[in-house]
Design a protein around this ligand. Structure first.
Ligand code: NAD
Ligand code: UDP
Ligand code: UDP
Length: 311
């Protein structure tokens, strides 16, 4: 039995990852400060004797024993990571230093949840891992983008300097059950607005694009990445390359929910990326992975979840 640490394990992705690791018969320690995560996300797992949950902020040192580390702690929604931007940078940078120090002491492989935001507002489309990105260092998204970039730097320096066994995945927009209804991300916002009969808020003209991956596909490849050959560090893009405009997303959600909500247009936040689509050739070749769930099927599952919790 492996002892696995999941930081941010009470969040959206972390709770799905924890569930999968428990199913595979591991012991899991979730460490979370509950800023955006919630015990509710883990409620159905709490009876497992193999799960332990600890309230802790990873910007402070953590001395525990472990065999494997998944570093997921960090708010992912722009609304939440911009709420306390200094804490966001601390979580990404000081948090990474602490988790890398822990990995070094315990000789554990460590996987970093990095992000497509390292590409910023990309000028190369779709984005391959070799593209260095176009990121504003002083904008309202920088506390997340630049801090996640710095975390990648730290991972690769610990690898070069201390021979740490690292894995870096760049996650593209992911959605599914257990997103927080007040999270502010586009999929949860549109579904909750549609179900409650409120206006659907498109920021800008709705022509900006994103590529949405269903959570089950994403968790599958994250575990594959952790179990891949030791020399394969990444960074590797993971996401579903099917690309949609925000207007197409809104129309699809209106159709699937049968909602009478109307679409309204609000101002576009600054530095909002105009387009985003992963090139996943590396994940296909190295991890034998291809996302299976298309947007409509994934949205149906997600809508069913939100119907239960916001009804
Ligand atoms: P989330 O906000 O649902 O989960 C983040 C979790 O981290 C929460 O439980 C939160 O309480 C916890 N946390 C935040 N700061 C912490 C700290 N200092 N110490 C301990 N715990 C802390 O977000 P998510 O969508 O599950 O994202 C998880 C990870 O994946 C993040 O690192 C995020 O950057 C990355 N990611 C997610 C997406 C996506 O589309 N969901 C895309 C790219 C990258
Ligand atoms: N650290 C931690 N848990 C550990 C080992 C280290 O939280 O089990 C933290 C520690 O606070 C340190 C950081 O990780 O500041 C980096 O550790 P490293 O050993 O790389 O550096 P050093 O201790 O030499 O500063
Ligand atoms: N967005 C929108 N309406 C909303 C929330 C978001 O039009 O209610 C847009 C947002 O401006 C961005 C896209 O949807 O262009 C994705 O936003 P999200 O916050 O989900 O993720 P990110 O911008 O980090 O990819």
């Amino acid at each position: 039995m492996k002892k696995i640490l999941v930081t941010g394990g009470a969040g959206f992705l972390g709770s799905h990852l924890t569930e999968k690791l428990l199913k595979e018969n591991n012991e899991v320690l979730v460490v979370d400060n509950f800023f955006t995560g919630s015990k509710k996300n883990l409620e159905h797992l709490l009876t497992s004797p193999n799960l332990e949950v600890m309230r802790h902020d990873i910007t402070f040192p953590l001395y525990i024993e472990t065999n494997q580390i998944f570093n997921f702690a960090c708010p992912a929604s722009p609304v939440h990571y911009q709420y306390d931007p200094v804490q966001t940078t601390k979580t990404c940078v000081q948090g990474a230093i602490n988790m890398l120090g822990l990995a070094k002491r315990t000789k554990s492989p460590i996987l970093q949840a990095s992000t497509s935001e390292v590409y910023g507002d990309p000028e190369v489309h779709p984005q391959p891992e070799g593209y260095w990105g176009k990121v504003n260092p002083i904008g309202i998204r920088s506390c997340y983008d630049e801090a996640k970039r710095c975390a990648e730097t730290l991972f690769f320096d610990y690898n070069r300097q201390h021979n740490l066994h690292i894995k870096v995945v760049r996650i593209f927009n992911t959605y599914g059950p257990r997103m927080d209804p007040n999270d502010g991300r586009v999929v949860s916002n549109f579904i909750v607005q549609a179900l409650q009969g409120n206006d659907i808020t498109i920021y800008g003209d709705g022509q900006q694009t994103r590529s949405f991956c269903y959570v089950d596909d994403l968790i599958d490849v994250i575990v594959r990445m952790m179990n891949s050959e030791e020399g394969f560090t990444g960074p590797v893009n993971i996401g579903n390359p099917a690309e949609f405009t925000m207007l197409q997303l809104a129309e699809t959600i209106l159709r699937l929910t049968g909602s009478k909500s109307k679409i309204i247009y609000q101002s576009l936040p600054s530095d909002d990326p105009k387009q985003r689509q992963p090139n996943i050739d590396l994940a296909k070749a190295k991890l034998g992975w291809n996302p299976k769930v298309n947007l409509e099927d994934g949205l149906k599952e997600t809508i069913a979840y939100f119907k239960r919790i916001v009804a």
